[in-house]
Design a protein around this ligand. Sequence first.
Ligand SMILES: Nc1ncnc2c1ncn2[C@@H]1O[C@H](COP(=O)(O)OP(=O)(O)OP(=O)(O)O)[C@@H](O)[C@H]1O
Ligand SMILES: [Mg+2]
Length: 355
Amino acid sequence: MSSKVLIVDDEPTALTTLEAILSGEGYQLEYAASGKIALEKAEQLLPDLILLDVMMPGMNGFEVCRRLRATPKLAEVPIIILTALDDRSSRLQGIEAGADDFLIKPVDRQELQLRVRTILRLDRYRTLSNQRENLRKMAEHVVNAQEQERKRLSRELHDDLGQALIAHMLRLQNLRATTPPRVEDLHRELDDLIADTNQTINKMRQLAQDIRPTMLDTLGLKTTLQNHCREYSIRTGLPVTLEIDEKLSELSDIYSIILYRFLQETLTNVIKHSKANHVWVELTLDEEEITLTVQDNGKGFTMDDSHTAKGIGLMGLRERLLLVGGNLVITSAPSKGTIISAHLPVNEKSTREQV
Ligand SMILES: Nc1ncnc2c1ncn2[C@@H]1O[C@H](COP(=O)(O)OP(=O)(O)OP(=O)(O)O)[C@@H](O)[C@H]1O
Ligand SMILES: [Mg+2]
């Protein structure tokens, strides 16, 4: 995309000269013949650079510059002031008004071209490094969320499964030590052990499923979502109405896992926070977007609650979605229930690769 340069000058000949100098450089040139028009155009166009004449009737260049800097979305736009007055006091005024650079009129062709190129390059670099910083922050959040999840799994492995296996071993050792046991006692003890072993196997399955829902690979997204809702309903006693668009075909791994994690987290939130007595889950699909929505009729919350909360569930979801260009939309208000939806763009990343 070419850079937008807004040229502000009240003299038509000056405008034509500047246009002639910059026209071969591949920029999108825009013009304003007064300070007032410049402010309006700048807000509307959000230019990448503004060339601003000082001597204009009505509002002079310094004033325009000050007002641009006071407008939040224009506060960072590079501004070059064009002035016929090469004196210290005009420069000071320009700096004070927030200009980034000065050029003396009549402008030298090469000098203007070079300054504009340099400023635009620097600005692009700044935008890129801002984007990079945002990505870095996002990656940090994701890594933190992963670390929390690992801690939880390690705790469960240690406290739950580890303890269960140790108890098994002690009971087996006990049995071995009490010889000869009475047959009835031996049977009772073995039955107990079998029941405990079954419980441990179930816990392990649940844990393995949490780490990576194998069902996604074997049975696909639709069945996995249906199963999750059914099991959730049995476990919590909360009725879930699930509707999945018939057009849904298999999605890529990354999309499937994001949607599954979204459902897991939002349904867990419903039972943890909402006191709802019904949940609706809907997956819709159009040419541009896949949307998964979870709605409850519980107590709702305000954005302040979610910001002051220590939880990382919603933040993790938001970051996962951002990674694929999607977004999370929350609509909730106290005692009005909550609607949370994940929007994912349909593109080459969304469909399963054919092997
Ligand atoms: N369905 C809901 N109904 C009412 N409040 C909700 C609901 N979902 C989220 N919240 C509010 O938003 C907050 C943030 O949710 P989030 O999932 O990020 O964290 P958490 O569930 O508290 O902790 P974590 O997910 O890390 O275990 C919650 O603490 C709760 O106050
Ligand atoms: Mg949560």
